[in-house]
Design a protein around this ligand. Structure first.
Ligand code: MN
Length: 202
C-alpha cells in the first residue's frame, strides 16, 4: 500500500514563466518531488519490515530518513499551491493584519523571510509558519526539509532554497530567484492555510 502519492501541479509547467522556467518546474515536480514521495513510501515499508521481523537494528537511520522524505513531500506539496501565475502583491484581510501585528509591517516581514531564505547554509527552505501555542506567525529557517523547526508550527508559505529550485535559470544569483517568487505568491492559498491553522490547538 502506497501511503503517499505525488499531487499534480495546479498549473502547467510553464505557467510561472518568466519567474520560474518550465524546465525547472518539470524537473522539480516530476523528479525531485517524486523522489521524496517514493522515499517516504519505501521507508514506511522498511519500518513495517522491521516490526514484522522484530529487528530494529536500522531504526535510527530509518526514522531520520522518514523525517527527511515526509518533510520534503509536505513542503513541496505546499510550495506548488503557494504559487500562482496570478499571484503577487500582498495580502489583506486577517492574514495581512496578522503579518502587520507580528512583524511590524508587510515590508519588514518580506525582508525577514527573504533573508531567512537567502542565508541558509546549504540546502533548506524559508517559511512563514503559524505557531499555535502563542497563536502567532513566525518565520522559520529550515535546514534540509526538517531541521531547525519548532514542533507544532504549521507552514503557511514556503520558499524552496535548494539549488535544484533555481540553478538552471538563476545560476549562482539565488537572490534574484527569491525576488521573483514574491511576484507569484498565491496569497489566497496562504490566507486559507492561515484560517485553517488557527483552529489547531497544542
Ligand atoms: Mn525542491
Amino acid at each position: 500500500m502506497a501511503d503517499y502519492s505525488l499531487p499534480d501541479l495546479p498549473y502547467d509547467y510553464a505557467a510561472l514563466e518568466p519567474h520560474v522556467s518550465g524546465q525547472i518546474m518539470e524537473l522539480h515536480h516530476d523528479k525531485h518531488h517524486a523522489a521524496y514521495v517514493t522515499g517516504a513510501n519505501t521507508t514506511l515499508e522498511k519500518l513495517a519490515g522491521a516490526r514484522d521481523s522484530d529487528d530494529f537494528g536500522a531504526l535510527v537511520g530509518l526514522e531520520k530518513t522518514l523525517a527527511f522524505h515526509v518533510s520534503g513531500h509536505v513542503l513541496h506539496s505546499i510550495f506548488w499551491e503557494n504559487l500562482s501565475p496570478d499571484g503577487g502583491d500582498k495580502p489583506g484581510g486577517a492574514l495581512g493584519a496578522a503579518i502587520d501585528e507580528n512583524f511590524g509591517s508587510f515590508d519588514k516581514f518580506k525582508a525577514h523571510l527573504t533573508q531567512a531564505t537567502s542565508t541558509i547554509q546549504g540546502s533548506g527552505w524559508g517559511a512563514l509558519a503559524y505557531e499555535p501555542l502563542a497563536g502567532r506567525l513566525i518565520v522559520e529557517q529550515i535546514y534540509d526539509h526538517q531541521g531547525n523547526v519548532g514542533n507544532g508550527s504549521i507552514p503557511l508559505l514556503v520558499f524552496d532554497a535548494w539549488e535544484h529550485a533555481f540553478y538552471l535559470q538563476y545560476k549562482n544569483v539565488k537572490a534574484d530567484f527569491f525576488t521573483a517568487l514574491w511576484n507569484i505568491v498565491n496569497w489566497g492559498d496562504v490566507a486559507a492555510r492561515f484560517d485553517a491553522a488557527k483552529g489547531f490547538r497544542i
